[in-house]
Structure formats: C-alpha cells, structure tokens
Design a binder for this molecule. Structure first.
Ligand SMILES: Cc1cc2nc3c(=O)[nH]c(=O)nc-3n(C[C@H](O)[C@H](O)[C@H](O)COP(=O)(O)OP(=O)(O)OC[C@H]3O[C@@H](n4cnc5c(N)ncnc54)[C@H](O)[C@@H]3O)c2cc1C
Length: 391
C-alpha cells in the first residue's frame, strides 16, 4: 500500500472532514470525547449510528452489495483516522464489526435478508455470547448447551462479560451441541433474540463504575434451528471467521489523539523523565501506524497477514495502557480525585482538578481490560510464537 495520500484520497479526506464538521454536534462530540470503554454512551451513539446509516457510511467494513461503502483500504483508514480526530462517538462493534460481516460470508440468504438491513438501520443491536465462567481463553471448553427438540434448540447455561447485553436485541452465541467429540467439534453458532423467554441479563459493574459488561443466563430458551449459522457442530469455523473481523481494529488514530490530549499536561509538568516517555510513546505510535499500513497493504494485495492482527492487538493495547499510565503519572496526586458524575453527557459540575482528570482516570481503569478482551495478549503472543516464529 502506498502510504502517501493520492490526490483522490485527499479529496476523500476533505469530504469526510466536511461531513464530520457538519454532522457532529456538541452532544455527539462530547459523547466521543467522554468514551473510555469499548463504545460511547448509548443514546448519542445510536443517534450517530442513524446519521451514518442515512449517509450510507455506517458499515465501511461490509461488502458493498450488503450495504458497505465500497471504500478502498486507504479510504477506510482515512475514515477511522478522521473519526478519531473529530471525536466521533464509537459505535457498538459486535453488530457492525463482527456478526454483520460474518453473516455476509457464513449466513444463509434468509439470515442475510432478515438481519443485515435491521443491523444497518439500528433496529437490531447485537451482543457477543462467547465467554463463559471458566471458558475465556480456552473457549473450546464452553458448556452452554443446546439440545435439539423438533425444529428448535433448547438452551441452558450462561455467558459472561457480555458487553452491552443490556441494550442488545440479539445475541450471537457459541453453544455446545455435542459433548462426545473433541471440544472444537461439538460447538454450534446460534443467533438468539434477547426477548425470548428464559433469558436474564445481570449487570457487572467495572472498576471505573461503569455498566458495560453483564452475565447472561439461559434457562430452557427455545431457539429455532433456522437460526443456526453454518452447520451443526461446525460453529468453531464460523467463530474463527468472526474473530478475524473482531481483531482487525485501527489503533493509531485514537492513540495519536490520546497523545495529543496529553501534550499540554506533559509540557506543564516540567519533568524531563515524563517528556522522554512521551517521546518514546510518540515513536511507538508511529510504528503502529506503519504496521497498520503494512497489514492493509497485504490485505489489498490479496495476501492477508496471518499474524498482523495479533501483532496490532498487542502493540495497540499496550501502547494505550502506557499512555494511560503516563497520563496518571503526569497528574500526580490529582489522579486521586474521583468525580464520576463529570463523565455524564451534559454534566455541568465544577471539576476539582484539571478538566481532563476524570477522562484520564476512566481511561486508565477501563483500558486495563483492553489487553484481555478480544483474545488476551498472552494468547496473541502464543499465536505469534506459533505462526510467525514456528515455535
Ligand atoms: C471489558 C470486557 C469486555 C468483554 N466483552 C466480551 C463480550 O462482549 N463477549 C464475550 O464473549 N466475551 C467478552 N469478554 C471476555 C473476554 O473475551 C475474556 O475475558 C478473555 O477471552 C479472557 O478469558 P478469561 O477472562 O476467562 O481469562 P482466562 O482465560 O482465565 O485467562 C486468565 C489469564 O491467564 C492467561 N492465559 C490463559 N490462557 C493462556 C495460555 N494458553 N497461555 C498464556 N497465558 C494464558 C490470560 O492471558 C490471562 O492473563 C470481555 C472481557 C472484558 C474484560
């Protein structure tokens, strides 16, 4: 991939900037700026989703025939960079970023017709039901059971760490359909309506005081066999397809924004050790951006890298955590001030310390999870050891 912007890419960037300038009002920008978890606050997020859908830009990662934008890799890269710069709200990734593109590859025609348009419009909101208590990294050991009964499966068990299940209309789940084979061979992939009787969502409040994750319980939940994606007992193949979408995020644009926000605080600290760490991080972020270009270039050339997404996951999340750590150190004793009410959209209380304090603390606490979700960094390193180093 050519990393220099061509004239047509510059024109596209200008078009994107003009669109963002025109459509991101004060509330939307505030929601983007105050995002410290995976996604922004629900109401402004959904308003932004609908604005993007009207423009036809809500699903840049989908094939064009299903409602994608038809953008080149460079255009998608420009889009995510400009959204980060403009502080646009972060949309829910489980629908648009995971199950949507997976259904374009693995779904039946009926499933594509039923689910994809409602995902684009925002009528359906999806969450991801993979992890269970006791089955995270070792996902293949999952126990949530689906037993066939006529044209339905009956589901019993639970899923945990389910992000945004409290807002979701649907959940895509990995369920056990055969206990008598090797673990990966007895798993199926199901699409489940959250309004089905027998489903209960229990909140889990995070260290930062946010309600982002949940435990979802299934008790005799009937799900039509037509909601199976792929073949029965072949859910592992579908899950692996979905994970390739889950892990190919763009990190550099938001990391740059994080560093930019920190610049004034570091300058004011007058501490050479902090300035040095800041500079080292700026260099790391440049390296991440170049790695993103490299991964995109391989994709565009039709030779996708088998390790690029693992590499980026490790580099991106660890750089984020290092930026958060540096920000906390730069705040010094003021990092102990905790005024979570300031993170509400439209809050008008007076901050005790510097205005950016609450965002920094929330990012620091929430981003601890970034090296765990989406496949922990230790597991990503195992993948690199095997695939890149042949160990
Ligand atoms: C904020 C947040 C949101 C999440 N959202 C979702 C969601 O929406 N849907 C969903 O299904 N899941 C979700 N998850 C779950 C996430 O995918 C799991 O937490 C993750 O896969 C790790 O599993 P675990 O928590 O069971 O930890 P474990 O697998 O028990 O791991 C514990 C520790 O051991 C290490 N470890 C485990 N195996 C190995 C190994 N083979 N080699 C080296 N080290 C190893 C891990 O890296 C980790 O440090 C979310 C998690 C978080 C924190």
């Amino acid at each position: 991939m050519d990393t220099q912007l061509k004239r047509e890419d510059e024109a596209f960037r200008d078009e994107v900037r003009a669109f963002l300038e025109e459509n991101l009002d004060v509330e939307l920008r505030e929601a983007g700026e105050k995002t410290s978890g995976i996604s922004s606050a629900h109401d402004p997020l959904m308003r932004w989703h609908k604005i993007l859908n009207e423009k036809g830009w809500v699903a840049p990662g989908w094939p064009q025939e299903f409602g994608g934008t038809g953008w080149s890799d460079m255009q998608r890269f420009i889009w995510s960079t400009e959204c980060a710069r403009a502080k646009a709200p972060k949309l829910y990734p489980m629908g648009l970023g995971m199950i949507g593109p997976t259904l374009t590859v693995c779904g039946t025609k009926n499933q594509q017709d039923e689910y994809l348009p409602k995902l684009l419009s925002g009528e359906h909101i999806w969450c991801q039901g993979y992890s269970e208590p006791g089955s995270g990294s070792d996902l293949a050991s999952l126990q949530c059971a689906a037993v066939r009964d006529g044209d339905d499966y009956i589901i019993n068990g639970s899923k945990i760490w389910t992000s945004y299940a409290q807002y979701a209309t649907h959940i895509f789940c990995l369920v056990r359909t055969d206990k008598n084979v090797k673990p990966q061979a007895g798993i199926s992939f199901l699409l489940i309506d959250m309004a089905t009787p027998g489903i209960e969502v229990a909140p889990i409040i995070t260290l930062a005081g946010d309600h982002e994750v949940n435990q979802v319980f299934f008790e005799n939940v009937r799900v039509p066999v037509a909601n199976l994606v792929g073949a029965e007992n072949d859910g592992w193949t579908v899950a692996k397809t979905l994970l390739t979408f889950e892990r190919s995020s763009a990190y550099a644009a938001r990391l740059k924004l994080g560093l930019g926000n920190l610049e004034a605080l570091i300058a004011a600290s007058d501490a050479p050790a902090l300035t040095q760490r800041f500079t080292e991080l700026a260099i790391r972020v440049e390296a991440i951006e170049m790695t993103e270009f490299r991964v995109q270039a391989a994709l565009a050339a039709g030779t996708p890298s088998s390790t690029g997404s693992s590499q980026l996951k490790i580099m991106g999340t660890e750089a984020q955590q290092a930026i958060d750590r540096l920000a906390m150190d730069a705040l010094g004793p003021q990092a102990a001030i905790w005024q979570p009410e300031l993170r509400e959209i439209g809050a008008n209380e007076t901050p005790i310390g510097p205005a950016e304090t609450q965002g920094i603390i929330a990012d620091f606490l929430n981003n601890r999870a970034a090296s765990i979700y989406g496949g922990s960094n230790e597991v990503q390193r195992n993948i690199l050891a095997k695939m890149a180093l042949g160990l």
